[in-house]
Design a protein around this ligand. Sequence first.
Ligand code: PHE
Length: 330
Amino acid sequence: MENLEAKILQADSLEALEKVRIELFGKKGVLAAQFAKMKDIPGPEKKAFAEGLNKQKAALQALFDKRYEELKAEEIERLLKAEAIDVSLYGTLAQKGALHPVMETMDKIIDYFTALNFSVETSGMVEDDFHNFEALNLPKYHPARDMQDTFYFKDGGLLRTHTSPVQIRTMFKEKPPIRMIAPGAVFRRDYDVTHTPMFHQVEGLVVDEKGKVSFANLKAILTDFLQYMFGDVDVRFRPSFFPFTEPSAEVDISCIFCGGEGCRVCSHTGWIEILGCGIVDPNVFKAVDYEDVSGYAFGLGVERIAMLMHKIPDLRSLFEGDIRLLEQFR
Ligand code: PHE
């Protein structure tokens, strides 16, 4: 019987122990064979034999049960180790996208004007000479055309150099009063730290009955807009020239880098130029057959504002698609 105990103790897995169980306790097992001998035992010895056998069986069963519990515990331990999940490990996070800083700035500008009931107008980036220049009081060979280095197509079409043609297209389409902005891409032959051949503008145009729209209105709305964009800045209007507005102004804000003290960014003037604007020139209204109206218009560069808001030193980096730059704007 000793070697039966050894068999139980030496079983090193539940499968091995199961084999031992069949060998010992099974119908054709060692114990069954012992009990089968009962019939050959003479009467008076039967009882003692049976008792002895039952004791042995109980002892083996107890040993078996103990070994079973041990192996079961080992098995559970092994499974726990193998299937363990380290809840403190970092998972792989899904990459999260973000708006490009130019689009984010554009959205902020659009939000401001739509809240004031401006409509948002768009038209194509491929324009013709009439809508991009002529209707905007820029006749052929007018020297002011040099202000905007234009990409031309062979058939005479061109890539719009500003969003001002959307003014013309909207006035042809609608009757006054008009309150619109036109966000979109524009193109000029320019490339340096503050210029890229493609950039974005937001145009603004307000037209109403003669006398209803004044330079004071223009000044008020643009001052409020620039303080919405840049916070507590000073705003100044400087006389300027655009063929499609008269009078015209360029608008500066006090330098957000030095607070007006003078620094490299503002070329030590304390001011940063932000946009162009003015009262719509009568020749523009003539081109679209509008009579007895007055209006103001403005146009601003979105990249320039994004650059200032995010302190980006080279405008070209906005369009290189370098994920390391873009990741900073998540
Ligand atoms: N179209 C002008 C530009 O691109 C900006 C502007 C728009 C100025 C409207 C005055 C009025 O420079």
